[in-house]
Design a protein around this ligand. Sequence first.
Ligand code: GLV
Length: 334
Amino acid sequence: MLPRIVLCDALLWSQPEAEQLFKGIADVKTVHDSTSRSDFVASLQPGGALEGAIGLYRRTDSPGPLRYFDKQLIDALPPSVKWIASFGAGYDQVDVAACKERGIRVSNTPNMVDDATATTALYLLISALRCFSKAERDIRAGAWKSQHWPGPAHDVTGRTIAILGLGGIGLRFAELVHAFPMRVLYHSRRRVAHAPEWCEYYGPDRLDEMLAQADVLSVHVPLTEQTASIVDEKMIRKLKRGAVIVNTARGGVIDEDAMMKALEDGHLSAVGLDVFCNEPNINPRWFSLPNATLLPHVGTATSDTRKKMELRALENLRDFITTGMGNDLVFEFK
Ligand SMILES: O=CC(=O)O
């Protein structure tokens, strides 16, 4: 009998490749969209249609009831499950500590998302500095350029950007903005050995110094217990008056109320956001803030990148089945 794996979300981009990938090595089952969490858990138990599953595939942006692999769901999984292959770089919807307790390994798809997410950050940066989103809203409203135009628009070239977190996405973004050129500063707990020499490192003892110089702060850290609201009121107020914040990471890494307040009182001149607290039911106050460029979490949403992410997640599962170990184990397992 072939080892069984379960796709908790339908494959959208790589169905034919997946068939080849698992041909003769795994029995692949797909959970139907309408399956509830309790039906899912029940079907994994002895006698259920998914009995004996050793690996699960899930999507970070799953539209179904299996979006959150929280402790309750993980504790209810049978002992046969040994690997969860998550599609997406962020895995804050998976309770990794609960997985560790149960001996379940978790993989994500980090490098696949770098270019598309960095490109999204670049769009938000340009739109925020040049007030392009506002201009588009004007023309669509029949106002041509509203009376406030050009408002606080600024050139991109020559400005200073501070990058919080120089992982794969932060590094790709640094390369893109360096082309203008912008002056590029970065902060992370440790200096990144492969960072280009034009990327200036500001360690934990020099964070305030970095913030004071930045025209733009762009956030590229994962959401964890340690990074929740890491960009808080104090940090925002340490930026220069008129600075811009760009966020393509997770809404929860910034104190949203503090960011809105700073935008309203002019401490921030603009923001560019792809991610929010409580997606998709985001705070409606965002809609009335003219200097906010808003996107509905589409950082990786290109068919090319989505296909790469899907395939990589499946390859991690395939490698686990064939060798006992997949790639892209999340940080907590390293
Ligand atoms: O948000 C997208 C991802 O985590 O890959």
